[in-house]
Design a binder for this molecule. Structure first.
Ligand code: FCB
Length: 475
């Protein structure tokens, strides 16, 4: 790592106020997160079979610039050097995902030794460098064969997921204690099956709702399997992407749109997970559209199997309107309008509004509505247009400011009583940002995709220095 690059002073927050980040305790844990398809490449090596993302990337127009994950950051071949980068940043923990079609090609049958071998080596490498591994079992790369058999709208996929989870735990459970079942089931269900923006690219709202239930069922079944198999204490949970939702105005239509956004964004997941029931207003909204969640006897008990930790992914907050630009409150199918309205706040390169206080509000609300569940920030970060100098160094003051304000927001939430144990920055490396391809860069380390050279950005140095400072060491 280039230690000659300038570092940013970890200065107190503007206005002479004490820096909230300094209130985070030395026990607070710091990491970075990535996911398999976004960084690994090597899509046809060591027995890996295609996932829905390999297929979706071949659909003309699905991905900006026609990009795909065939090579990505070539992490599969550069893993030890990438772990060394993390060590140099002083990280405690690394959240990565396991590629299902690498470990269990086709989504059924025995483990593929060569495929799990990669994660076995990664685990050992992390532990050798003093970094705790944190596994996500599913970060969206469903084996294509399982989609061909119906995908997440089919109940059988939940059982296939539980089998796969057992295979992974069997091989890595002796060394890994932190386990996340699913990353962002909202994205799998809504972006994948309702909006068609993500793999597998379906546009069917009823399918998306079936997918929600089967994702949650898969989570519950896998949770039960891992608990039964664990001989050591484990920290087991699920990661949800969430926002603070507010009404664009105080009109009844906007208030109702906000309720519906929160219902389908947050409560449809957390109510069954924590309280063992789907929210009645959401069930009624779905019934009005002729949709019933495919719940069978016993499912909600499985889904509400206790978890140890809730993973929170936060990027932005949204304001909602219940009328379209023409003032209509129903779409052409007769369904109520629910529209995100810009509030004029500064945005990232994703056109996501930068709302750090929405993060505090969300975390405090979660601790109130779902008490007793320790939280980890399993992703938070931002894409901006980077301008590397001749050495590839990026002075990304905008990304630093985003991290600073959002980590401060986490500290504020802790001060208000939310039990938050750690923070993962998204992401270690610039990577394949799904439908946006490689154009959107979230890394704290720049990747030159022509050479695969890695260059820590200013944000990486700031993050390293912030961790040291919070620990009471010298920045
Ligand atoms: C999250 C995803 C992650 C990444 C970030 C920017 O929704 O979990 O893979 O794409 O957004």
């Amino acid at each position: 790592m280039d230690t000659t690059a300038p570092t940013i002073d970890p200065a107190p927050a503007a206005g002479g106020q004490p820096d909230p980040i300094a209130t985070l305790p030395p026990s607070f844990r710091w990491g970075v997160a990535t996911s398999s398809y976004q960084i690994e490449g090597a899509v046809a090596e060591d027995g890996r079979t295609p996932s829905i993302w390999d297929t979706f990337c071949r659909v003309p127009g699905a991905i900006d610039n026609g990009d795909n994950g065939d090579v990505a950051c070539d992490h599969y071949h550069r893993m030890p050097a990438d772990v060394a980068l993390m060590r140099d940043l002083g990280l405690d923990t690394y959240r990565f995902s396991v590629a299902w079609p690498r470990v269990q090609p086709g989504g059924r049958g025995p483990v593929n030794p060569a495929g799990i071998g990669f994660y076995d080596r990664l685990t050992d490498e992390l532990l050798a460098q003093g970094i705790d591994p944190w596994v996500t079992l599913y970060h969206w790369d469903l084996p294509q064969e399982l989609e061909d058999a119906g995908g997440w709208p089919e109940r059988d996929t939940a059982y296939r997921f539980a089998d796969y989870a057992s295979l992974v735990y069997d091989k890595l459970g002796d060394r890994i204690t932190a386990w996340t079942t699913l990353n962002e089931p909202w994205c799998s269900a809504m972006l994948g099956y309702a909006y068609g923006r993500h793999a597998p690219g379906r546009q069917n709202f009823a399918d998306a709702m079936r997918a929600v239930h089967h994702l949650l069922l898969g989570h519950g079944l896998a949770t039960q399997r891992l608990r039964a198999a664990a001989t050591n204490p484990i920290e087991l949970g699920i990661t949800l992407n969430m926002s603070s939702h507010s009404p664009a105005t105080d009109s009844p239509a906007d208030l109702d749109a906000t309720r519906r956004a929160d219902g389908l964004g947050t409560r449809i997941y957390l109510d069954p997970l924590v309280h063992g029931r789907y929210p009645t207003d959401v069930v009624a909204d779905l019934a009005a559209r002729g949709i019933e969640l495919p719940v069978q006897d016993g499912d909600l008990e499985i889904i509400s199997t206790p978890i140890d930790v809730l993973g929170v992914n936060y990027y932005f907050s949204t304001a909602h309107s219940g009328v379209d630009e023409q003032g209509r409150d129903r779409d052409e199918d007769g369904n109520p309008i629910e529209r995100v309205v810009p509030t004029g706040r500064p945005q990232t390169a994703m056109e996501w509004e930068i709302v750090p206080e929405g993060f505090t509000k969300l975390l405090v609300r979660l601790s109130r509505d779902y008490p007793g569940l320790p939280m980890w920030i399993t992703e938070n970060g931002s894409a901006f247009v980077d301008h590397p100098d001749e050495n590839g160094f990026v002075r990304d003051d905008d990304r630093v400011a985003y991290f600073q304000s959002h980590i401060a927001a986490v500290a504020e939430a802790r001060q208000q009583g939310a039990d938050i144990r750690g923070y993962f920055a998204w992401s270690l490396l610039d990577n394949f940002e799904w439908a946006y391809g490689y154009d959107k860069r979230f890394g704290i380390v720049r990747v030159d995709y022509d050479t695969q050279a890695r260059t820590p950005k200013q944000s990486a140095l700031w993050y390293r220095d912030t961790i040291r400072r919070v620990r009471g060491g010298q920045a």
